[in-house]
Design a protein around this ligand. Structure first.
Ligand code: SF4
Length: 687
């Protein structure tokens, strides 16, 4: 009496980038039959890219973790959940009580749900007593957030994808949009074709959007702050600024104007290598457009002064009055699907959920009351961040780590040093869906579920909170992260009793001002809410329509000084290595590397070499070369392309063992501790 199982259609949200595409997943048991976008999906409508469509083979991969693992005599052995979680609870409480709470650090996942981010920071703050909790935004978007905090007050995108489509002019800086946020790129290509939307691109590397641009600015590496500041000065000097906006809505205009004295067009041309006339043309186009959206990504943030560069971009938008009206604003493009939500829901060293400061006594008292403890139970000390935790791991400063779904051993700069740190930790727990490179250093590995095996919410780059639903049950004995964390908390004496993620969201909404009106009922099906959400459920797709998120409601023009990058070329390391994502892949291939459909399109690692350099060194496509930095070296095949010029190379971040991060270094932006991945000087030899 065997019957063919029925086909089930379930709404889910893509986990491969911050666009937040939602679609119906068609399944029969565990078999994924197809992914079907629908017209009413709020971020994407009927579009997806190839990752959203085809990158789901990992869900049923035989290498999925299905049972907890405990390291014994240098080898992993299988364990029950009781044994593994009891061990984690016992060791964490022991280290907390004997060594101190600050000896334990948490890295939350920017791929897990908002509810799971909330629980991660709740365990760190309430049970362990530390604010040392962070997420991978430290490595990508923190500098952008800092730039926005300094100037307009919220760290999130100023508006929505619809605003980007409405803008008269789009400026894309340091972002390969068509490969990293393909659905937004498609929408902008359509806006250009149908409405004649204008486009300026600034990037050291050529890519599809650069080819389509009205103006393509190609600055020397790490000099974007100079051209942005020179344009701001040109606009102010030539009466092209939005004076009414500046007079009524912006503070520090005169201080800012004075700070621009060094940023002449001549200085900008000399440092950036962009011809002066091209800079003037771009400045005039920005100043004369009725509405400008400025998008940027890791080509800007991963520098030793990424926060300053981000600030200079937001300054440029303020000078031209491009905040608070439809089709305007600053848009840092979020990389991971929930990097926005992981920060929003408190996986940050200095903020509770909703960006409430841990150092503020009233804030701490509020959270303590809600969590049922006296205020002195919660630490007011700013904690450690990803960068510092990894540096301190295994020293007397940090003895234990709990890492959820982050491939730190692959993605962090200077991989060899990261591996040494992890090897020296007294106790390390990793919660993941595969035995990742990071998990291989762990003492206990806890098998978690991917999004399609659980429920929850994600927040995309628009600050849009969306529900995803369970498509299929957990594989083997794996469990959703929120369930694992709830169970662990209970074993450490805190029985929170959550039976569904909606209860976790309801708790957070009851405490945090930013999420007051968020509820699973209001997010039912294809509904969504962009934070901040008022108690009555009214959300805020476009920020700053009633003033800025500052004490007096005015924005701030933030004066900056030019600082040289921490690492540049010299006589020995004479080339600069750029790096980034590719359309087909995600991070270290843990997910996208497990299916033929994507791997067959882009199977190999490579380094892009300019035609000029290829000629000088006698390199052809496929030539094996050795790329060496001050930290290490890798051997890789060359791809000769005009996408890079002169002495700049480019490498994808995905492949290699461990790959790119053998070359990158620990120099970082001191304002935010983001490693300067894009400031890597190397030399190249033909093998
Ligand atoms: Fe997924 Fe981003 Fe592609 Fe949309 S654009 S399908 S969110 S990877």
């Amino acid at each position: 009496h065997w019957r063919q199982p029925e086909v089930k259609r379930t709404k889910t949200v893509c986990t491969y980038c911050g666009v937040g595409c939602s679609f119906e997943m068609w399944t029969r048991d565990r078999q994924i039959l197809k992914v079907q976008p629908v017209e009413h999906a709020p971020a994407n409508g009927i579009s997806t890219c190839i990752k959203g469509k085809f990158a789901w083979d990992f869900v049923n991969d035989p290498k999925r973790l299905t049972t907890p693992l405990i390291r014994e005599n240098g080898q992993f052995r299988e364990a029950s959940w009781d044994e593994a979680l009891d061990l984690v609870a016992r060791r964490f409480m022991q280290i907390r009580d004997t060594e101190g709470p600050e000896k334990i650090g948490f890295i939350g996942s920017s791929k897990a749900s908002n509810e799971e981010a909330y629980l991660t920071q709740k365990i760190a703050r309430l049970i362990i007593g530390t604010n040392s909790v962070d997420n991978s935004s430290r490595y990508c978007q923190n500098p952008a957030t800092k730039g926005l905090f300094r100037t307009v007050g919220y760290g999130g995108d100023a508006g929505t994808i619809e605003d980007m489509e409405k803008a008269e002019l789009i400026v894309i800086v340091g972002s390969n949009l068509s490969e990293n946020h393909p659905v937004i790129a498609s929408k902008l290509k359509a806006a250009r074709k149908l409405r004649g939307q204008k486009l300026i691109v600034a990037d050291v590397r050529g890519h599809e959007m650069a080819e389509r641009a009205d103006i393509f600015l190609r600055p020397n590496a790490s000099t974007d702050m100079i051209w942005a500041s020179a344009m701001a000065r040109y606009i102010l000097d030539n009466d092209l600024a939005d004076t009414e906006f500046l007079e009524t809505k912006v503070n520090q205009v005169e201080e800012f104007r004075e700070s621009l004295a060094p940023f002449t067009m001549e200085f900008a041309e000399q440092k950036t290598g962009i011809p002066k006339q091209q800079l003037i043309d771009a400045a005039e186009m920005i100043a004369r457009a009725d509405s400008v959206c400025l998008l940027w990504a890791m080509g800007i943030t991963q520098h030793s002064h990424g926060a300053d560069i981000s600030t200079s971009l937001s300054n440029l938008l303020l000078v031209t009055g491009n905040y608070g009206k439809p089709g305007t604003g600053g848009y840092p493009m979020r990389g991971h699907n929930n990097v926005q939500g992981a920060s929003d829901f408190g996986c940050l060293k200095n903020m509770y959920p909703g960006y409430e400061k841990v150092s503020n006594d009233e804030v701490r008292a509020k959270w303590a009351k809600a969590w049922g403890v006296p205020p002195e139970k919660l630490s007011g000390e700013v904690g450690s961040d990803n960068f510092l935790m990894v540096q301190d791991a295994g020293t007397e400063k940090l003895q234990a780590m709990y890492i959820i779904g982050e491939e730190t051993a692959f993605s962090d700069a200077n991989a060899n040093s990261v591996h040494d740190s992890f090897s020296n930790l007294e106790f390390m727990v990793v919660q993941d869906i595969f035995l990742s490179r990071t998990a291989q250093f762990a003492d206990v590995v806890l098998p978690a579920c991917p999004s399609v095996e659980k429920e929850g919410t994600f927040t995309n780059t628009e600050r849009r909170i969306q529900r995803f639903y369970q498509v299929m049950p957990p594989l083997g004995n794996s469990r959703p992260d929120w369930e694992i964390l709830t169970d662990l908390a209970k074993r450490m004496g805190h029985d929170w009793g959550y039976t569904h993620p909606s209860e976790i969201m309801a708790e957070c909404a009851g405490i945090s001002e930013m999420f007051k009106g968020v509820s699973y009922e209001r997010l039912e099906g294809w509904k969504s809410q962009c934070w901040p959400v008022r108690e009555d459920g009214t959300d805020t797709p476009l920020l700053y329509t009633d003033g800025f998120h500052t004490d007096d409601g005015k924005a701030v023009l933030f004066p900056l000084e030019w600082k040289e990058p921490a690492e540049g070329p010299d006589a020995e390391y004479d080339l600069m290595l750029d790096n980034g994502r590719m359309l087909e892949h995600f991070q270290g291939l843990n997910q996208t590397g497990r299916g033929e459909r994507l791997m067959s399109r882009s199977p190999n690692w490579f380094v892009e070499v300019s035609p000029e350099l290829a000629k000088e060194k006698n390199i052809e496509d496929g030539t094996w070369v050795k790329v060496t930095s001050r930290r290490g070296s890798v051997e890789v095949q060359a791809l000769v392309t005009e996408r890079v010029r002169g002495k700049t190379l480019f490498m994808p971040i995905h492949q290699g063992k461990p790959g790119l991060n053998l070359l990158t270094g620990e120099h970082h932006d001191p304002d935010v501790n983001t490693p300067a991945y894009k400031e890597t000087a190397v030399k190249l030899e033909v093998l």
